[in-house]
Design a protein around this ligand. Structure first.
Ligand code: MG
Length: 378
């Protein structure tokens, strides 16, 4: 019956992406593009072969682990796929080989069997999208010569699936001619063999330009909660603002319960523990420290990792003092700390109607929710 294989050419260094590493290593929502693309085929084929640039071979091996076999790519995509093809465990005429761009991590793998089944019958299958824009044919000076019939225009994607026999024949025929095919379907077409189109999913775009990755922003949400008991002998700080008349809060630092909740939310959103872990309350260097300083350390770390503030929403629970007159001030101070517009920082204050430890005026609590976005590679 023949086996099913996947070949993933990841040989290009991706200059077009404007990034300082091959685009297949760039992360999309925390996972490198290449490992997402490899993962599409795991369990659906008998083996996966990745063709990688020689200088990135070790990283590629490390990245794909046991999921794929890695070979050195060539100077062109055509060569890379050919190298990978030669490394396949079998070369039976009935083998089916799906070739898929490393930079297309959004292919709907549920369509794959449809492709294999059609290929078993027809020998050559190409996933593609129908054109939605009107397509113009122009001369070298950019003057339109013709408007093409959109109903017959398809935009080639991958996977492209071929029988082993057809590929074998094609490589034999064209290998020595230094062919300029930009995909394997073009080779099969040049052999005079019909290539059958299958409609791919609309999300199956190729990540090519820097802008594609800029859109790759990940969003993280974090929640923070903190409580401090009153100590009237101390000044009261909330969001870094001193609230005249207090009462203050007891704590190892300045006990800014609002900033503590926000820092915990930030660390929560980025999976980095909590402030107790970052700034232990038995460490003398943090005794009496202003929480604005602690915040600055946390926010600097996150900024360096590429995170930006989507928004922060803070709720302070306090029976006393009245916080409404300071709300705008706190909001402004938060905006300054984050270096964003106050619009992104919301501060709310509520009593608890006399209920609980807050209502009994024993202390204050604060809840914070933050949304962080990371728009480009760190
Ligand atoms: Mg605290």
């Amino acid at each position: 019956m023949g086996r099913k294989y996947a070949i993933i050419p990841a040989g290009g260094i991706g200059n077009r992406s404007g990034l300082n590493q091959p685009k297949q290593f760039f992360e999309w929502q925390g996972e490198p593009v290449l490992s997402r693309s490899v993962r599409l085929f795991v369990g659906l084929v008998d083996a996966i072969v990745v063709a990688a640039p020689e200088e990135w071979l070790d990283q590629t091996v490390q990245l794909v682990g046991k999921q794929a076999h890695v070979v050195v790519g060539g100077a062109t995509r055509f060569e890379s796929v050919h190298n990978a093809f030669q490394a396949l465990p079998t070369h039976e005429p009935n083998d089916l080989i799906a070739i898929h761009d490393a930079a297309r991590p959004f292919f709907n793998a549920q369509l794959l069997n449809l492709g294999f089944n059609l290929c078993r019958e027809k020998g050559a299958v190409l996933f593609a999208r129908k054109a939605t824009d009107t397509i113009k044919w122009a001369d070298a000076l950019g003057v339109v010569e013709q408007t093409l019939d959109r109903n017959r225009i398809w935009l080639a994607q991958t996977p492209q699936i071929f029988s082993g026999q057809l590929l074998q024949k094609g490589y034999k025929q064209f290998q020595s001619l230094e062919p300029t095919f930009t995909d394997e379907a073009a080779m099969v077409e040049a052999m005079g063999h019909p290539v059958h189109l299958l409609e791919g999913n609309i999300q199956n775009r190729k990540l090519t330009e820097k802008e594609d990755f800029m859109r790759s922003g990940e969003t993280c949400i974090g929640h923070g909660y903190d409580v401090h008991r009153f100590d009237p002998s101390r000044p009261l700080y909330l969001c870094g603002v001193e609230i005249p008349g207090g009462p203050g809060l007891l704590g190892h630092s300045d006990a800014d319960v609002a900033l503590h909740a926000i820092m915990d939310a930030l660390l929560g959103a980025t999976g980095q523990g909590d402030i107790g872990h970052w700034f232990p309350d038995n460490d003398p260097q943090y005794k009496g420290v202003r929480s604005t300083q602690l915040f600055a350390a946390v926010w600097q770390d996150l900024s360096q990792k590429g995170y930006q503030l989507g928004n922060v929403d803070l709720t302070i629970q306090a029976q006393i003092p009245k916080l409404a007159p300071y709300r705008d001030l706190m909001r402004k101070q938060l905006a300054e700390l984050f270096q964003v517009s106050p619009q992104k920082c919301n501060v709310k204050a509520t009593t608890t109607e006399g209920l609980g430890f807050v209502g009994e005026k024993l202390g204050m609590a604060a809840h914070a929710v933050v949304c962080l976005v990371r728009e480009s590679c760190p």
